[in-house]
Design a protein around this ligand. Sequence first.
Ligand SMILES: *Cc1c(COP(=O)(O)O)cnc(C)c1O
Length: 414
Amino acid sequence: MKTAHVTGLKCVICGEIYPADNRYTCPRDGIEGILDVQYDYDAVAKTLTRDALGVRERSQWRYRELLPVDSTSALPHLQVGFTPVYSTPRLASALGLTRLFLKDDGRNPTSSFKDRASAVGVVKAREFGSGIIACASTGNAASSLAGFAAATGLESFIFVPEHAPEPKVTQLLIFGAHVLKVKGSYDDAYYLCMEACEKWGWYNRNCAINAYLVEGKKTAGLEIGEQMAGEMPDWVVFSVGDGCTLAGAWKGLVEMKKLGFIDRLPRMLGVQAEGAKPIVDAFVNESDLHPVTARTVADSIAVGRPRNWRKALGAVRDSHGSMVAVSDAEILHWMPLTPRLSGVFGEPAGVAAIAGLARAREAGLVRAHESALAVITGNGLKDVASARKAAGEALTVSPELEELAAALKREGLV
Ligand SMILES: *Cc1c(COP(=O)(O)O)cnc(C)c1O
């Protein structure tokens, strides 16, 4: 295989380095022994230059040297990554910040950040000769995998908790995935999927244990590095479930610094929901992780037993960052405010980043003169029911101008 820039897989616990083959976790440390892809950055720097980037395609594959795929592998045709960054001054002032940027990852092919990982996942499945790929997900990784499997002609088995939002389950079905609704939580679905992959030899697209997939998530950090090069914000904000997203993005930012694309790094702010905040607790108490029963409106971050908490906490600490938890009420408060002040409509887990930023401002963690970039990780139409809770009601009128006038007057609109 021609993965020349990849030098191995390193265990996050014992530090042992293994060959970059079809393995998921460290044989010594078992399921906790998550692996991290290692690169030869000197080799990468030879071809990944500013000039080279200037003429490459506007997708995450522009950073191919920093992705663990064979340089001759066919790539999925769906356009993934290189999502836009917007400056949003009205939302910034509502949060009491000088500058705020939103990176709209709802613009990905299946409308969430997860496409970054799925795109790498389907390439790896093919490289390892697997025609079947599986994952467990709170919803977005599932719909994303289903979409990328459909695009590349792979068969997919998807495990979701039985209460996953209907639009996400609909996406799965429309893409032709075999959908298994598990009676239980995301954590139950996760373990069942792991066992099934082992039993039937399916390729496992669970980011938490598949190091290659996190590299896909890393591209968000690479992009932020490239897109914000001249004005890197003080803070980069992500909502956190398993922790792979924040950890992956941080790795990308560090790599952009290593390669000389940026000269300073932002601080990472990780946001969890109050009903699912085991990583926040571990951060505050400087302890190991204690699993909880997850309960929050932000289904995409409803993870009671995060798998990638070590990497996520490492990223927050290394960046001199912080973590906060937000209530469902705070998320629902920012659900309509964020789109009304920015034009970007996020699902609850995406908006949680904004609610977290508000919380961090109040707590004095983020100060008024500082700037921030929040990644809106999923599109608002992914969870219409939650959006409707916060959106209010439409005015129903008969098709008569006079009645319209009366109704508008009643509402104080004219
Ligand atoms: C998965 C997801 C997250 C969190 O990612 P983790 O890697 O689980 O921390 C945040 N927002 C959305 C919309 C997601 O789908």
